[in-house]
Design a protein around this ligand. Structure first.
Ligand code: PLP
Length: 417
């Protein structure tokens, strides 16, 4: 029994792999440095079996939970952190961070164009039901991209209003076509905000960016980072959850929103999840590197086939996302189908576009994951709209990610004849 991969695709893959060797050395060096950081934080906080026990009910004095907060704060160089399985996803964590940082009459500014699709309902740009920031009297402004790039001058103008209390910077591109931001670029945007409005908090949607570089946005001026545990920092093992790390008052504000005023970080049982969160974080620098390698391989394969890709296979990476431009719905669907066939779970199903909650057009998603929807596992998704770009990410191991991409290319080529 073996995977059905033609000699043509195998030859192409050998060529791609040879071409991307120099990238792998760079990725390995980053993983090594980040692993050392994580290991040192575990040792400093004397992680032991006792941290994995967990609590039930109210979850008072959950040693594992409280220590993991300290470890995240250590890794992100922040005053405090909030790592919780009670965050249902990344959107929920970002939402709590925003509600914690803003009150009626305040203004939120998005620094790099429209934020991730699901945030539009949270902010109230589109009406997705009651309870948006807008419905609480929080205003929203957006600094649009100029030539598909950040506009520092526009940002400086936008934040001058003293009512601006929070600025959201999204590190990864989401379903936009702009480049993902490097940590350094985030640092300079944060500086623009501080220079023009020292009272505005800089919140970074850090999704897909963790451990791709050796520094994080909170080391270059961001006040808070937020992300999902079923992406990079969960290492593929976290069953659910999200994290927030940053300035103490902002973390506290978010915690009061996640639970309730007066309770904040003190409650929230972990019912056995702590071990997976710790082990996942321990693996996260390595797992993230596997995903980045898979993305680079996919980029090179598609380049060799003549497709436009972003970033290019030889580019320095700032997140785990690979854009593959198909230009038409059919090849995009075929590629996603092939990714699904390459999954360890649900490999026999055919992905179809559907109306996903929180999105304004149909979305196709290929994912055969151990953790439902975990995009640190090999997955490929695309909004079914121009320019029919697929967003490929994840791969728990490079070997399996590579196999998945090869099967996707196989499917793509099959339908072209
Ligand atoms: C994944 C992601 C989110 C959060 O998405 P969830 O599905 O709610 O976890 C937010 N912003 C960006 C840029 C993302 O990639």
């Amino acid at each position: 029994m073996s995977l059905q991969i033609s000699d043509k695709v195998k030859t192409l893959a050998a060529q791609a792999q040879a071409d991307i060797r120099p990238q792998f050395d760079r990725i390995d060096a980053i993983a090594e440095e980040n692993t050392a950081k994580v290991l040192a934080a575990f040792q400093k906080h004397r992680v032991s079996e006792a941290h994995f026990a967990g609590t039930t009910g109210y979850g008072y004095d959950d040693l594992g939970r409280d220590t993991l907060d300290l470890i995240f704060a250590e890794l992100f160089h922040t005053e405090d952190a909030l790592v919780r399985v009670q965050f249902v996803n990344g959107t929920h964590a970002i939402s709590c961070a925003l509600f914690g940082a803003l009150k009626p009459g305040d203004v939120l500014v998005s620094a790099v164009g429209a934020p991730y699709d699901t945030m539009l309902g949270v902010i109230g740009v589109v009406d997705k039901g009651p309870g948006s920031l807008k419905s609480y009297g929080i205003e929203y402004r957006q600094v649009d991209l100029v030539d598909n790039a950040p506009d520092p001058a526009g940002l400086a103008q936008a934040v001058k209003d003293p009512r601006v209390k929070a600025v959201l910077i999204q590190r990864s591109r989401g379903y936009a076509t702009r480049n993902s931001l490097s940590v350094e670029e985030i640092g300079s945007l944060a500086q623009v905000v501080k220079d023009n409005n020292p009272h505005a908090a800089v919140l970074v949607d850090n999704c897909y960016g963790e451990f791709v570089e050796t520094i994080e946005p909170t080391q270059v001026g961001a006040d808070l980072v937020v992300g999902s545990l079923i992406k990079n920092p969960g290492g593929g093992l976290a069953p659910t959850g999200g994290y927030i790390a940053g300035r103490r008052d902002l973390v506290e504000g978010a915690a009061m929103r996640l639970t309730t005023p007066g309770i904040g970080k003190e409650c929230g049982s972990t019912f056995g999840a702590n071990r997976s969160l710790y082990q996942g974080l321990f693996l996260a620098p390595h797992t993230t590197a596997q995903a980045v390698k898979t993305a680079v391989f996919a980029a090179r394969m598609m380049e060799l086939l003549g497709y436009r890709v972003d970033p290019a296979s030889d580019a320095v990476r700032h997140d785990i996302i690979q854009m593959l431009h198909f230009g038409a719905p059919e090849p995009l669907k075929k590629f996603c189908k092939g990714i699904q066939f390459g999954a360890p779970v649900d490999s026999y199903v055919t992905p179809e576009p559907w109306d996903m909650p929180g999105y304004d057009c149909q979305v196709i998603m290929a994912a055969g994951a151990f953790i439902q929807g975990a995009s640190i596992e090999l997955s490929c998704d695309a909004p079914m709209r121009e320019p029919y770009t697929a967003y490929l990410q994840g791969g728990l191991t490079y070997e399996s990610g590579k196999a998945g991409v090869m099967l996707a290319v196989e499917e793509l080529l099959r339908t072209q004849v």
